[in-house]
Design a protein around this ligand. Structure first.
Ligand code: PLP
Length: 450
């Protein structure tokens, strides 16, 4: 086999890139990462980057956390194997489920494990279909989500996702209904206050339920803050307005906390930050601080009881992944929860969030082309616009956010272009000095591009 010489060319030749702008990567080559320390990663050419993307939102404890690596090693040393299903479960799985219910907003509940956030959302949908069917409501199959939501890439979770790029797969599947994205700055109408906007969205939800028939709807899924949609916190009072509507029609509210869970918004859960208690939580990413592919469905008491009753009837829940509840993943998750909640990481997010907001606000104020700053905790986005007054977006084949992110990469800062926005979601261990480095490199990049 003839191998090209450079790492970048080898990557290009033999690997397919997911979610990557190909013109950029063909022109520049991929960044091939070898190792890291704290919030920094290094590439094969010896260049160091401050990763303001936390890997993919998930490397919240940084890239060399010894305690997490030791927890993984200790479990491999204790038992380099595992058992699941058919009446067997690992001791680590038992302990993690206890812990997850303990730290959940629920007084009691039950946990089911997957390998990813997408699979956890898929699993939740199957649970809802199963329990509604078992309760004599087999028509309750439609899923409500929002435009710009991101819930994953499997056929079901991609159908829940509200992004136009899924059209290339012929998705969404039938029965996945997308409601208005609760982004007031972009979708609020002329003269409409934020509260009126929220009320309009609650009315849209109720009208949709009535039009489709409440007896055809299985559940409503929402991220507390939309992440991959471009860091979109809900409009004021959003969950307080939609939850009573859902309750009125017996529709469970599922909080997709794959990004928001475990500290990203400053609290354990995004739903806590936005003042609502859902019927179930979807967790992944931060759950293992990025060190193991793992997802979890955490059912609150009502759904747990109803699902249990459904399962008892047929004596088995016919669902699960080979590595569901893998003990190494569970051991890492137990440690990660401890690190984030008890070693000051979530506290650091709470402490430094106002500083991050102020620094980004100052950058926005100095820029002619940043139209909006939005976010909370350690998840923020700056939206680029051609014209601040009219909010007109830039056009062009290579989006302006892509050019800003590429320029940041050149300067040694990793951040993510999302639509017309630049997203900054650094690891929770970020210090004030590292935050200043992030501001400085970002502003340099903006000055070069605009
Ligand atoms: N849900 C949300 C809110 C996410 O942000 C993501 C991934 O970014 C997912 C689900 C899918 O998770 P995974 O990529 O682990 O399948």
């Amino acid at each position: 086999m003839n191998k090209p010489q450079s790492w970048e060319a080898r990557a290009d030749e033999f690997s397919m890139y997911g979610f990557t702008d190909l013109p950029s990567v063909h022109e520049r080559g991929a960044v091939i990462v070898t190792h890291g320390e704290g919030p920094y990663v290094h590439d094969v050419n010896g260049k160091r980057y401050l990763d303001a993307n936390s890997g993919l939102w998930n490397m919240v404890a940084g890239f060399d956390h010894k305690g997490l690596a030791e927890a993984a090693k200790a479990q491999y040393d204790r038992f380099p194997g595992y058992h699941a299903f058919f009446g067997r479960m690992s001791d680590q799985t038992v302990m993690l489920s206890e812990k997850l219910v303990e730290v959940s907003p629920f007084p009691r509940g039950k946990v089911f494990y997957t390998n990813s956030g997408s699979e956890a959302n898929d699993t939740m949908v199957k649970m809802l279909w199963f329990l509604h069917g078992s309760e004599g409501n087999p028509k309750r199959r439609k899923i409500l989500t929002r435009w710009n939501a991101y819930h994953g890439v499997t056929a079901v979770s991609a159908s829940m996702t509200g992004k136009p790029y899924n059209e290339v797969f012929g998705l969404p599947l039938d029965g996945f209904i997308h409601l208005t994205c609760p982004h007031y700055w972009r979708f609020g109408e002329e003269g409409e206050s934020e509260d009126q906007f929220t009320q309009r969205l609650a009315r849209e939800l109720e009208e949709t339920i009535q039009r489709e028939g409440a007896d055809t709807i299985a559940g409503f899924f929402a991220e507390p803050v939309m992440g991959a949609g471009g860091v979109i916190p809900p409009s004021r009072g959003y969950f307080q307005a939609v939850q009573p509507v859902l309750k009125k029609y017996g529709i469970p509210l599922i909080s997709d906390e794959v990004i928001c869970g475990f500290g990203r918004t400053g609290n354990t859960w995004g739903c806590e930050t936005f003042g609502f208690v859902p019927d179930a939580i979807i967790s992944s990413k931060n759950l293992t601080a990025g060190l193991f592919p793992m997802g979890a469905v955490i059912l609150g008491p009502e759904l747990a009881d109803r699902l249990q009753a459904a399962v008892e009837k047929i004596e088995e829940f016919p669902h699960g992944f080979t590595a569901s509840g893998h003990p190494v993943g569970c051991a890492i998750a137990l440690k990660a929860i401890d690190v984030v909640m008890n070693e000051g990481l979530a506290e650091n997010v709470r402490q430094l969030a106002p500083r991050m907001e102020a620094g980004l606000q100052a950058i926005m104020d100095r820029s002619e082309h940043i139209g909006e700053l939005r976010g909370i905790g350690f998840m923020w986005a700056l939206e680029a616009v051609k014209d601040k007054a009219t909010k007109t977006p830039f056009d062009g084949s290579l989006s302006v956010s892509e050019r800003i992110a590429n320029t940041c990469t050149d300067l040694g800062l990793i951040c993510r272009p999302l639509g017309q926005s630049i997203v900054l979601c650094p690891p929770f261990i970020l210090t004030k000095e590292q935050m200043d480095e992030m501001f400085d490199k970002l502003e340099q990049a903006l000055n070069k591009v605009f």
